[in-house]
Design a protein around this ligand. Structure first.
Ligand SMILES: Cc1cc2nc3c(=O)[nH]c(=O)nc-3n(C[C@H](O)[C@H](O)[C@H](O)COP(=O)(O)OP(=O)(O)OC[C@H]3O[C@@H](n4cnc5c(N)ncnc54)[C@H](O)[C@@H]3O)c2cc1C
Length: 465
């Protein structure tokens, strides 16, 4: 049995590890386009900020650790074509030499690529790139390019295009390095994955740390700035109302989301699904015989909505593990995502799980969303913080559908969203959450845990208490 995995990030490596774990006799080869297998790209902002002191520290496992599991790594090797009928994969090594790898089962983990928005100066002849201080961010290669700009050009200022979670993490990283940062977001709020009320709190946190936040501002052109000015790049944008906005800065980072990298699988005839990600069943099987796929290149099964696309590292790990097991004849199913997410913005944290009101309404629920607040621990014990909460439940039957939280980085926001995620995962009602037996001691909590106070506020407004 020869399993070949394409991609050396969360999905490909998880599949390879699981296969080796289940069957030490199974031959496993991982084909990786670059030389950085099993790097935590989620940690890139903290290497850029300087908190993680060396890029090598971002490796979940070293090459030696991976090889010690018995897998073979083909680094700097790109998969070019899948011959499904012959079960062969054409690969090209760094020196240009081609080889056909025979496989019994193939796991495609090609991930995602950053979206290039239609901004003049980003594409086409004369487009600006890393050498000019204009960057996208997804891979270790992108990271090294950013570090070269930071270290060799010593930029004093930057525009970040996009205010999703990666844009926010990078704003913090560049501020930590002493840059003056302007964040431009075409939508009316930052962190559009949470409700505007929490987005406003995130906005205030950014502004409080000196980030100039321009929402409702779409970037149109990135070009060279006139010589002798304040920065080497000129960013031209327009507000929703049509007002022109212009900033001259030394560096531009474009982080406006990703799209699934499906070329290889699609060329081999794999069916595509939601957002044109590779269609897979819950066993991570594609429409092609002996070809499985996992991670950011595939659709995501959402426990409340069904088919969706939620490219996250936690999901890629789980799907990769399922693919590795099923490649060996297993019958594991991906249990599904709830889009549980958390992001630190300077001293605060925003988190969400499950559905927001409009998402629930589109998914055939009758949602009610209720806002509340609670202390993270008893206020009489020093260092307590308020947590802002938004609970969404189904008026028909009282099921908990979604929770969003915002609070101090020491207020255990991430673990509190995980309580909510666990409850939603198991289909609990909002009132069930209020009955959970949760821990309490004054320096760390309250007799009614914050999440239970949010649940009770929802039940009151829903007329259930
Ligand atoms: C800056 C940043 C921060 C993030 N933070 C978080 C976070 O905090 N939490 C979270 O859950 N998620 C986070 N994510 C998202 C998370 O990193 C991804 O969801 C996850 O890495 C997806 O893993 P993957 O294996 O599917 O794909 P990718 O990480 O995209 O990897 C794809 C792999 O395939 C290889 N490849 C592609 N094409 C070929 C080919 N033809 N031949 C050979 N190899 C190929 C690539 O070289 C790479 O090794 C973050 C992402 C970024 C960029």
């Amino acid at each position: 049995m020869h399993l070949v995995a394409i991609g050396g990030s969360d999905a490909g490596i998880s599949a390879a590890l699981r296969a080796r774990e289940l069957d030490p006799a199974c031959e496993v080869t991982v084909v990786v386009a670059d030389a950085y297998p099993n790097f935590s790209i989620c940690g890139i902002p903290y290497y850029v900020s300087g908190e993680v002191t060396h890029w090598r520290n971002l490796a979940h496992r070293t090459v030696a650790d991976l090889e010690a599991t018995g897998m073979r790594l083909r680094l700097d090797t790109t998969a070019r074509r899948i011959d499904v009928a012959a079960r062969k994969l054409l690969v090209t090594a760094a020196d240009g030499s081609e080889e056909l790898l025979a496989y019994d089962k193939l796991v495609v983990g090609t991930g995602a690529v950053p979206v290039r928005p239609p901004i003049r100066g980003l594409e086409g002849p004369g487009a600006l790139g890393p050498g000019d201080g204009v960057h996208l961010l997804h891979s270790m290669g992108d990271t090294f390019a950013i570090m070269r700009t930071l270290e060799s050009a010593s930029p004093a200022s930057a525009v970040i295009v996009g205010a999703g979670y990666i844009g926010l993490e990078m704003a913090e990283a560049l501020v930590a390095r002493g840059l003056s940062v302007t964040q431009m977001e075409q939508l009316p709020q930052v962190l559009p994955t949470v409700d505007p009320e929490l987005g406003a709190l995130v906005h205030a946190q950014l502004a409080g740390h000196g980030v100039e936040v321009l929402t409702g501002t779409a970037v149109k052109v990135i070009g060279q700035a006139p010589a002798g000015g304040e920065g080497r790049l000129r960013v031209e944008a327009a507000t929703t109302g049509g007002e022109p906005v212009r900033r001259d800065v030394d560096m531009v980072l474009v982080v406006v989301g990703v799209r699934p990298d499906t070329g290889l699988a699609a060329d081999a005839g794999a069916e595509l699904g939601f957002k044109r990600a590779i269609a897979v069943d819950r066993g991570m099987r594609t429409s092609l015989p002996d070809v499985l796929a996992a991670g950011d290149c595939v659709i995501t099964y959402h426990r409340l909505l069904g088919e969706s696309y939620l490219p996250l590292g936690t999901t890629a790990h789980k799907q990769g593990r399922v693919a590795g097991e099923n490649a060996l004849g297993g019958s594991r199913e991906f249990a599904g995502s709830l889009g549980t997410q958390v992001v630190k913005i300077f001293d605060e944290v925003a988190a969400r799980t499950g559905l927001r009101d409009h998402e629930a309404a589109a998914g055939d629920f009758d949602p009610l969303t209720v806002e509340s607040e609670a202390d993270d621990h008893k206020a009489y014990y020093p260092g307590s913080h308020r947590i802002a909460m938004r609970f969404t439940g189904d008026r028909r039957g009282g099921r908990l559908l979604g929770v969003q939280l915002f609070g101090h980085r020491h207020a255990e926001v991430a673990k509190r969203i995980d309580i909510a995620a666990t409850a939603i995962f198991h289909g609990m009602t909002v009132e069930d959450v209020s009955d959970l037996d949760l821990s309490y001691t004054p320096p760390l909590g309250s007799p009614w845990e914050a999440i239970q106070i949010g649940a009770q506020a929802w039940a009151r407004q829903a007329g259930l208490r």
